[in-house]
Design a protein around this ligand. Structure first.
Ligand SMILES: Cc1cc2nc3c(=O)[nH]c(=O)nc-3n(C[C@H](O)[C@H](O)[C@H](O)COP(=O)(O)OP(=O)(O)OC[C@H]3O[C@@H](n4cnc5c(N)ncnc54)[C@H](O)[C@@H]3O)c2cc1C
Length: 312
């Protein structure tokens, strides 16, 4: 159902400003792909975010919560409904204690790279392997972003979520599960903030670890063209999706403006005004070939957002 003018005005009064209309989603994603969203709201704080979510649910408005847009592909048609972007909900607080521990409390819109950089600069270890993963804290928890054998879930002490009834509740470590690119938070919940626990360590060692992860990433991943990171999950511990796609001969294959990266075959890059349909064609082609030739069902790591799907 289309969002009515009255509903748009009520969204504006919750936000304290007019929401954006017909905003191209390519402006909100790292892929630089995606048609217009009917309405986009940028709540300025946690309370406004909770009120907006509650309103959208009560009014049965189709909505999608978008973080930094680094792990999503929107269609060329865009999104028929409300995009809620909590990127302005971004308080960050570091509490230290006498046991050489730090509790880093970051709201959902805080950038993960900033949290990694800040904690390392302050001399707390743990997050170095995650250096270079773009995105927001909310998105990183929803996707359980990770690299080098560790993921954000490994450092979470507590997560605060807004549940499906619009209530803010706190979940301690151990009360939810997480795994390879998933986090089992209660259905329809939105991450509001998290607390990571880190330990103090030798600043020189932290710096050396960071340098190592930085150089590995720089030498193995493409730069210069927009992307959404790895497209598929690795099919097995000892088989990376990149190696499989390369073996199938897709490296550097193009469809319109989209290309399977010649640096890392699990990245599809937007070389020149690619359309979502170009990316989807490459994805279909790779998925079908992997199944036919190797009997492997590849699973997507990126999230494809359908224009008319209900995400509530
Ligand atoms: C160059 C590049 C390199 C990358 N490298 C890695 C890597 O090494 N490892 C890795 O894991 N990922 C990687 N990624 C993917 C991406 O950066 C991560 O998945 C990131 O954590 C997504 O965060 P985001 O804020 O951009 O989420 P978005 O893309 O905005 O959203 C992703 C999903 O999270 C949901 N979401 C967003 N915010 C919230 C919230 N507050 N509450 C509930 N759900 C929410 C969205 O609804 C969506 O389903 C890479 C991406 C790029 C472009």
């Amino acid at each position: 159902m289309k969002i009515s003018e009255t509903q748009i005005q009520l969204i504006g009064s919750i936000l304290g400003e007019d929401p954006a209309r017909d905003l191209p989603l390519k402006n909100l994603t790292s892929f630089r792909i995606g048609g217009p969203a009917d309405v986009v709201g940028f709540p300025k704080d946690a309370e406004t975010l909770a009120r907006l979510l509650k309103f959208a649910r009560q009014e049965h408005i189709r909505y999608f919560v978008l973080g930094s847009g680094t792990n999503v592909l929107f269609h060329d048609e865009g999104f028929r409904g409300l995009i809620i972007s909590p990127l302005r909900v971004k308080k960050l607080d570091v509490q230290t204690n006498k046991c050489h521990e730090a509790h880093i409390v970051a709201q959902c819109g805080t950038s993960l790279p900033m949290v990694v950089a800040r904690s390392c600069r302050l001399g707390f270890t743990g997050l170095e392997p995650l250096w270079g993963i773009p995105g927001s804290i909310g998105g990183s928890i929803a996707c359980n972003a990770g690299a080098n054998g560790l993921s954000v879930g490994d450092f979470i002490e507590e997560v605060e979520i807004i549940n499906r009834d619009g209530e803010i509740i706190s979940l301690k470590k151990g009360s939810f599960s997480y795994g390879y690119r998933f986090c089992n938070l209660p259905r329809q919940s939105v991450v509001l903030q998290t607390c990571f626990k880190l330990m103090r360590s030798d600043p020189y060692q932290i710096h050396a670890r960071l340098e190592n992860f930085r150089s590995v990433r720089r030498s193995t991943q493409p730069h210069g063209f927009p992307s959404a990171g790895c497209v598929f999950k690795n099919p097995a511990r000892d088989l990376s999706a990149g190696a499989l796609i390369e073996k199938l001969g897709f490296k550097a294959m193009r469809c319109g403006g989209a290309e399977v990266s010649s640096v890392h075959a699990n990245f599809i890059v937007n070389r020149n005004k690619a359309k979502a349909s170009n990316v989807l064609e490459l994805i279909d082609h790779i998925t079908e070939t992997a199944y036919k030739r190797e009997g492997i069902s590849l699973e997507l790591e990126i999230r494809i957002v359908n224009p008319r799907e209900n995400y509530v």
